[in-house]
Design a protein around this ligand. Structure first.
Ligand code: ZN
Length: 314
């Protein structure tokens, strides 16, 4: 086990105690278990709120446990490096360009943009190239410094609620695959609301839990919350935003700041039951009965071994 654990850090179970919490979106404590394993087949329980459909790790890790997890495990899950790799930079640049092509319609020339979870700074760099005023937030020191050094952009290395933005307000706050990591995503959306100009926009993208995948493939300790289009939209509306209509009902949406939060945000009352049913059916389907998840885990292991050999040979 420790041999495998060293080879694939994600394979190593992360032990934690956690705490019971109510649903971050609707406050209900009613829940149903969706899965008891993560994508590496380690024990990890994910539940769905049977009232609104928001998914969460249960019990919820505490702040201290999450911090320990990030210090010991994270990034190593994906890449054994503390800085971006050429591959991640290339991927980040392409995806940043596509997002800015889409977001440009909401922005005036010279608009001020904040990127929450700036990573290696590809989005900031692309936005700066297009003439916008940019700054970022990124908790990983290696990535933040890399972005500053490489693109000459300002990146804050602190939790969002600890940063002093002075009187600065933003025209667009952008966050790509960050909110699934937060214990209190609703509070963070409310904070985003306070940092925007009156007509500012909020772009948020998270993994789409309604997407068809293998049942365990979706779950990951660091993803303490799981959204679909419906829960993302309801949370945005509850936090004081208006949804900007889009035909792609993915878990990536644009919101416009409203002066006051809306009380009629609970607009998808059937969503929880529908999503739960989807997971139940996926569990029953051939996927789990077949060796698929095991084969994928084995494939990952073989790839890692191969990379290791290449490294040793080079
Ligand atoms: Zn709920």
């Amino acid at each position: 086990m420790s041999f495998l654990g060293n080879l694939i850090p994600g394979y190593r179970p992360f032990r934690y105690t956690g705490e019971n919490v109510a649903c971050n979106l609707c406050g209900s404590t009613e829940k149903a278990v969706l899965a008891t394993r993560d994508r590496w087949l380690n024990p990890l329980t994910n539940v769905i709120c049977t009232h609104c459909g928001l998914i969460r790790v249960d019990p919820m890790p505490t702040d201290a446990e999450l911090e320990r997890y990030y210090t010991d495990h994270y990034r190593l899950h994906y890449q054994s490096t503390l800085e971006p790799t050429p591959k991640s930079i290339d991927r980040g640049q392409k995806s940043a360009k596509a997002r800015l092509d889409h977001l440009q319609q909401f922005l005036k020339p010279g608009a001020r943009i904040l990127d929450i979870g700036a990573g290696g700074g590809e989005f900031l760099a692309e936005a700066k190239n297009r003439g916008y005023e940019v700054e970022g937030v990124e908790p990983s020191v290696g990535f933040a410094r890399y972005a500053e050094r490489t693109y000459g952009v300002e990146v804050h290395i602190a939790p969002l609620n600890k940063i002093d933005f002075g009187s600065r307000k933003f025209d667009l706050i952008h966050s790509f695959h960050v909110f699934e990591h937060l214990r209190d995503p609703f509070a963070s959306m409310e904070l985003v609301h306070t940092l925007l100009k009156p007509d500012g926009y909020f772009y948020v993208a998270v993994p789409n839990m309604a997407e068809k995948r293998t049942p365990t493939g979706m779950f990951h300790f660091a993803h303490v919350h799981g959204f679909a289009y419906e829960t993302l939209r309801m949370m945005g509306e509850k936090a004081g935003f208006e949804w900007v209509p889009s035909t792609a009902l993915r878990a990536a949406q644009v919101f416009k700041r409203l002066d006051a939060p809306r009380s009629d945000w609970f607009r998808f009352p059937k969503h929880a039951a529908e999503l739960e049913k989807k997971f139940r059916e996926a569990r029953l389907s051939k996927h789990l009965l077949s060796a698929d998840p095991y084969r994928r885990a084995w494939g990952r292991l073989k790839r890692k071994l191969g990379e290791r050999k290449l490294k040793a040979a080079g």
